[in-house]
Design a binder for this molecule. Structure first.
Ligand SMILES: [Zn+2]
Length: 284
């Protein structure tokens, strides 16, 4: 969590920009909500092995939420991070790879922009996209510029009642919600050698019970404050305008699996401008 990463040595020179595009030694602005295990009163020897956090039992998480009626539905609610407390002009770039039929492509222009300019980003990968692009996913996992996060198994809105968004049926029970998160949690854990920290549901919609489930599974639901490309349908100018309106602490959402979209063109226009304006891109 507190591991520091440094990006972009020389990137500013490459970009012809003075400052602003590198992380400040990669300091993550969001405090991890994982509880730490308190060592009990029974005095442990100094040399005792540090106690591991309690293991997550997915079936127990599902059972714990059985029969609980959701009260809220949407893309923003308590328990979902939609922005963060910035130090200076920080913002976080996030890109989704939604996966599935016709959605397993790679926007190489966009990724090349991020890599060539050393712009850190959090990439939310759907399990189907990973399964369709295993070597590319491994490359991304090995690149410290990127943090890989969980975009679900089947890209379903996260519901315990089957509620839908954009005509996509949501998960229909606590167990289905757990499965939607956990199948890709395990896939990413194998890929990364450690569990993913963040989750974004397909369509970014949740009910409040599902938000609680994600947190209990050890991941933090992430929303957004800038909808940059409207599902990779926006024109380049719209993408750029949305990004350029960023406030410190913003989390932008765009997509990395639609190479024919205008997302890369919009980002190519906007990101250097944001750098020039003093913004620093950070991981969540
Ligand atoms: Zn998606």
């Amino acid at each position: 969590m507190s591991r520091r990463r440094m990006f972009g040595i020389g990137a500013a020179a490459v970009a012809g920009l003075s400052t602003g595009c590198t992380t400040e030694n990669g300091k993550s602005p969001i405090a991890q909500s994982n509880t730490t295990t308190t060592v009990g009163a029974t005095a442990a020897p100094v040399s005792a092995v540090r106690q591991a956090p309690p293991a997550v039992i997915p079936a127990a998480v599902a059972a714990r939420h059985s029969g609980v009626a959701p009260q809220t539905w949407g893309m923003q609610m308590p328990g979902i991070i939609s922005s963060f407390t910035a130090t200076g002009k920080q913002m976080a770039l996030t890109f989704d790879a939604c996966g599935g039929p016709n959605n397993n492509d790679i926007d190489e222009t966009l990724l090349n922009l991020l890599i060539s300019q050393q712009f850190p980003a959090t990439l939310f990968l759907n399990k189907r996209w990973i399964d369709a692009n295993p070597s590319r996913a491994a490359e991304l996992a090995a690149n410290p510029l990127f943090e890989l996060a969980n975009h679900g198994m089947a890209h379903r809105p996260l519901s315990v009642t089957g509620r839908s968004a954009y005509k996509i049926a949501g998960t229909g029970s606590p167990q289905e919600a757990v499965d939607e998160v956990w199948a890709n949690h395990e896939r990413l854990t194998a890929l990364l050698g450690k569990p993913p920290r963040f989750f974004r549901a397909g369509t970014a919609h949740y009910d409040d019970v599902a938000v609680s489930i994600v947190n209990d599974l050890g991941e933090t639901p992430v929303g957004f404050s800038i909808n940059a490309d409207y599902g990779a349908t926006a024109k380049a100018g719209t993408v750029a305008n949305s990004m350029n309106a960023a406030q410190p602490g913003a989390i932008s959402l765009a997509h990395m699996h639609r190479p024919k979209s205008a997302t890369a063109a919009g980002m190519t226009a906007a990101l250097p401008t944001l750098c020039s304006a003093g913004f620093t891109f950070v991981h969540l």
